[in-house]
Design a protein around this ligand. Structure first.
Ligand code: ZN
Length: 357
């Protein structure tokens, strides 16, 4: 926030794309190529969060930091149509719009892109590496969104590692809402036998690759209304899981959605669909395939893997997209969110009892 403007009313910025000629002199001063080839096309490309779901909580400085750019460039983008709420303290942005703008630039500097690249390292390397057994010690922390919630404190539910095991799952007495768990995850390679099941995965992947539907970060309230998000042509893992479950059921197949985390230093919340075929549940995860396609290090075979195989970095719960990963009936209507962080391996347990030093 520039101090000279603080508190002063500002004129409402035009929402429609301004005439290019008007932006040009300023654009040159801001590294024009990047503006013309990355930022302005990204503003045109993103599908803004619908008005009734918007929460303009980022100010100019915060939004610029998330995007890895300058406040001046961001002001130009507002002039070019980036949605912003004009307040006495300057423009304010919806967090999801800013993250989606960053993801859409292809510059690799926004926090959203850096996080995505870090997470999608799981798509690099050889398929064999996606299957081996991995043991990870994690901390799961549940928090309620209602300020000062006085309901029964939420505690994360226990995961059910697919084909793996849970070796420890205990509440941390020092941190309310937190459990420490040791999980062993293992991958499993499989593929659909029927064209119907394969198409459910591939059709959704195509819609994302062609840009007909846009992969987007979405606010929780919109994720809870997947049909609305789908109508708006915005898709994240939850919306995709919902859509594929609908399609599978419409085709007469038994299908369910599941939730979990993609394990890493910071676990990334994830959701996917599973279809019952010949007595086994096959995971379909075209969103992960789409995200992998944006990163050079990804193995080109990854999109085949996400059609039927379990990755060893996927930690699953037996919960659908309609369920939370923590049980909490909030008296204040709050939402529970669960975070997952990797911990260093447990120190070897020291000998206890007589004779122990
Ligand atoms: Zn609560």
């Amino acid at each position: 926030m520039t101090s000279t403007l603080a508190g002063a009313p500002r004129p409402v910025a035009p929402r429609a794309a301004g005439p290019a000629a008007r932006l040009l002199p300023k654009a040159r001063a801001n590294g024009g190529d990047e503006l013309w080839y990355h930022w302005l096309p990204a503003v045109d490309r993103i599908i803004p969060v619908p008005d009734e779901y918007r929460s303009p909580r980022l100010d100019l400085a915060e939004a610029a930091r998330e995007l890895g750019t300058t406040e001046e460039l961001l002001e130009l983008l507002v002039g070019a149509g980036l949605p912003a709420a004009e307040t006495a303290d300057g423009p304010r942005f919806d967090y999801h719009d800013i993250m989606n703008l960053g993801l859409s630039t292809g510059l690799g500097r926004s926090l959203a892109e850096l996080g995505e690249r870090q997470c999608l390292r799981l798509a690099a390397g050889q398929p064999q590496a996606w299957l081996t057994e991995r043991t990870t010690r994690i901390r799961l922390t549940a928090t309620c969104s209602a300020p000062g919630c006085d309901g029964t404190p939420p505690l994360p539910a226990a995961p059910r590692p697919e084909g793996g095991r849970l070796d420890g799952f205990a509440a941390d007495p020092n941190e309310p809402g937190s459990v420490i768990a040791t999980v062993t995850t293992v991958g499993a390679a499989d593929a659909p036998r029927s064209e119907t099941v394969r198409r459910i995965h591939d059709d959704l992947l195509d819609l994302l690759l062609t840009g007909e539907y846009q992969y987007s970060w979405l606010p929780d309230a919109l994720r809870e209304r997947p049909a609305t998000a789908w109508e708006n042509r915005t898709v994240d893992c939850v919306i995709a899981a919902w859509r594929m479950r609908e399609q599978a059921r419409a085709a007469g197949l038994e299908a369910r959605t599941r939730r979990g985390f993609l394990l890493g230093l910071v676990g990334v919340e994830h959701a996917w669909t599973e279809v019952l075929e010949d007595g086994r549940w096959l995971p379909l995860d075209p969103v992960l395939a789409f995200l992998a396609s944006r990163h050079k290090a990804s193995n080109p075979d990854f999109s085949r893997f996400t059609c039927g195989s379990f990755h060893n970095r996927l930690l699953a719960w037996d919960r659908s997209i309609e369920q939370s990963l923590a049980d909490h009936t909030c008296p204040h209507g709050g939402r529970v969110r669960v975070d997952c962080r990797q911990l260093p391996p447990a120190p070897p347990s020291s000998p206890v009892g007589p004779g122990a030093p």
